[in-house]
Design a protein around this ligand. Structure first.
Ligand SMILES: [Zn+2]
Length: 140
């Protein structure tokens, strides 16, 4: 499942209000066109409709590749600095999924979902996706 939603933004420079579509999760099997958006680091990045200034919406983002069985989790700055957000993690950095999320992960053979590759910039998300492509092509 991919998850995206509309979000109203106000530009810090020109104060223009606009509604953009932010992505929280990309399942690249269902939305293959989003892979290029990820590789080009354009996820949750917008040009202000008023002044053209780049606007980045800093929210958590999960890239899920069910075929290659890996996921990359971008940890936003607000999650990184919020002690409450760590209740979803175990001490070893893996995720402690509960409820429907756990059932979904287990039912789909998605044990890898409990061990996301956590990164701290969208650039790293892109780099890791590319790294896994290269492993797929040249690895043993
Ligand atoms: Zn603006």
């Amino acid at each position: 499942m991919s998850i995206h939603r509309p979000l109203e933004l106000t530009c810090n420079l020109c104060r223009a209000r606009q509604t953009v579509t932010v992505w929280e999760t990309v399942n690249v099997m269902l939305d293959p066109e989003m892979k290029d958006v990820v590789l080009e680091q354009r996820v949750n990045m917008f040009a202000c409709e008023g002044c053209g200034e780049p606007l980045f919406v800093d929210i958590n983002f999960l890239y899920n590749d069910m075929e290659k069985r890996f996921c990359v989790r971008y940890v936003s700055k607000s999650e990184m600095g919020n002690p409450d957000s760590y209740s979803q993690f175990k001490k070893d950095g893996s995720l402690s999924l509960a409820g429907p999320a756990r059932e979904m992960a287990e039912a789909s053979g998605g044990g890898y979902m409990f061990h996301p590759h956590c990164v701290f910039s969208m650039r790293e998300v892109a780099a890791y996706v590319l790294f896994r492509d290269l492993c797929e092509e040249y690895g043993q």
